[in-house]
Design a protein. Structure first.
Lengths: 276, 264
């Protein structure tokens, strides 16, 4: 038991450490990055890693390391914004429909069913296509696509908790429905939602990278990991570093999110096992 | 004085549709009875006989199919009477004490909540909590405990204290002590008798166990397949008419001539 907890903690620590590392990189980018990410130096294009350019340079001679470091700001910040907006929309809807049930619940669920019937990426591309490419439009498109699965997940938690006897008992203690949602339901869904969104954080970063790769997300010369991959497609046979390092950054970030999510999930199971 | 009056209460649940016709099953069928102030009434019956459905109907957690439930002459299922007013008058203690207490709240918080909600002006609320705990036979050391640090019997006592905090006129016990061991059952029953003398609420005691009903209640109604088949005040087998109530009597270890439970 104790051993398992320690293992869980190791994974959690590693994941959190990597994520904090990314945040610090993004926060202190101007001080950490060795070069300006936008300065073009055609004399030094497509160089291999060296002391001046630790990750090499891209087709325009820009420092890849600096671009990755500045890219944290774009990729991670937009992922966080997307996560925040998605939760902001889906939690109230899920709380309401899952707690009240009835006709409104049926209606919302049918809307969600139809939203989920369309493949994610197709819908996102369609929305970005309608709104026009760009970072803000991409954020909107991803939120529009993602909220449905969040509502569905959180609603299932709310439904389960609402049927617990302590909710009934809280109601008899004179609590209003709003207070029950706030004091009894919301704290109970916190942990599973955190696990779910930590996992999804990685997926969102992939999603952003994917859309930028397709040219629908951030526009050049903004350093964004997916856009960097896209730029690199023409050159990676000559100079694989152009594609390797941005790819590694994405992999590392997604991996850290999964580590955190998985360890939190296990941790929750252990905590629940203790309580029972 | 009549507190609660049930008039021809019926609750039907839809079964599956067959050839366009909706089949219905009556969980509670044409039930009428009354509870007077300060009285304890037992509702005895096997599982599935509609006892709990009846309790839910009284607590307005299910909709009535037909009939009327009157509280002090007011219709419980009318729109004028809101749920919180109802809970001020009637409280219910549920069967499973472990799941009816929030796992992350301390006993103190659990008891303070109804006090704050129903008596917002009360100043000495913590004293009130202690008084309640004392009433259910727990001491001040339990205030800071969380439910998973309590035994089943203690949890149920906390649930009862929580119901008493509202100072209701009627408390419904829905199989509340069924999952406890015999000793805890008996001590809680004794405690309930004492509380009734001190505070004076009426009880509707729902159980499948005739022995505990006999210990606590003045009157019993036997429910069988959604109907009340018999009501009696004297605990004697010879006076019973319905075969199911006779069966109930035969299955228990009870010396009916003495009027006491023999096994303890």
């Amino acid at each position: 038991m104790l051993k398992r907890l320690q293992q869980v903690n190791k994974g959690l620590l590693a994941g959190v450490a990597i994520l904090i590392g990314f945040f610090l990189l993004g926060l202190f980018a101007p001080w950490i990055a060795p070069h300006d990410p936008l300065i073009v130096n055609l004399a030094a294009r497509l160089q291999s890693p060296s002391w001046t350019y630790p990750f090499g340079t891209d087709q325009l001679g820009r420092c890849i390391l600096s671009r990755i470091i500045y890219g944290v700001r774009i990729s991670v910040t937009s992922a966080l914004v997307i996560m925040f907006l998605t939760l902001l929309i889906s939690i109230p809807i899920a709380l309401f429909t899952g707690y009240v049930r009835g006709r409104s619940d049926h209606m919302v669920m049918r809307i969600i069913d139809s939203a989920l019937a369309i493949p994610d990426i197709v819908l996102t591309i369609a929305i970005v296509g309608l709104l026009g490419p760009g970072l803000v439009n991409m954020v909107i498109a991803i939120v529009v696509v993602r909220w449905a699965s969040y509502v569905r997940f959180i609603r299932s938690l709310v439904v389960k908790i609402s049927q617990e006897e302590y909710i009934l008992s809280a109601r008899m203690a004179g609590n209003s429905h709003f207070r029950i949602l706030k004091r009894y339901v919301l704290p109970q869904i916190g942990m599973p939602v955190l696990v779910f969104s930590a996992l999804d954080m990685g997926k969102i970063v992939l999603n952003i990278a994917g859309l930028s790769f397709l040219g629908l997300g951030s526009q050049p010369p903004t350093p964004e990991w997916g856009a960097m991959l896209n730029d690199a497609t023409g050159y990676f046979q000559i100079s694989p570093y152009v594609m390797l390092f941005p790819g590694l950054a994405i992999v590392l970030f997604v991996l850290a999110c999964q580590l955190v999510s998985e360890s939190l999930g296990k941790y929750e199971q252990i905590a629940v096992g203790k309580e029972a | 004085m009549t507190l609660l009056e049930l008039k021809n209460v019926t609750k039907e649940y839809p079964l599956r549709r067959r050839r366009g016709q909706l089949k219905k099953k009556a969980a509670v069928n044409n039930v009428s009875f009354t509870i007077a102030k300060g009285e304890s009434v037992a509702l005895v019956g096997e599982s599935g006989s509609g006892k709990s459905t009846l309790a839910k109907l009284i607590m307005k957690m299910e909709k009535l199919t037909s009939g009327q439930i009157l509280w002090n002459g007011h219709n419980i299922h009318s729109k004028q009477l809101n749920a919180l007013t109802l809970y001020k008058n009637i409280q219910m203690v549920l069967q499973d004490s472990s799941s009816s207490l929030h796992p992350r709240m301390r006993v103190e918080e659990i008891l303070l909540e109804p006090i704050h909600n129903f008596f917002p002006d009360k100043k000495n609320d913590v004293e009130e909590c202690l008084k309640l705990l004392h009433l259910v036979g727990l001491d001040a050391s339990y205030m800071k405990r969380s439910p998973n640090q309590l035994s089943g019997g203690q949890k149920q006592r906390v649930c009862i204290a929580k119901a008493l905090a509202v100072q209701p006129e009627l408390i419904i016990f829905d199989e509340s002590i069924a999952s406890l061991d015999r000793y805890s059952q008996v001590s809680i029953l004794e405690m309930l008798k004492r509380i009734q003398k001190q505070v004076g609420p009426s009880y509707l005691f729902i159980t499948h166990d005739l022995e505990s009903a006999i210990q606590l209640c003045d009157r019993a109604a036997v429910m069988y397949q959604g109907e009340i088949v018999e009501t009696f005040t004297h605990w004697e087998r010879e006076l019973l008419r319905h075969p199911y109530s006779k069966l109930l009597f035969d299955t228990m270890d009870f010396d009916h001539k003495e009027g006491k439970v023999a096994a303890i």
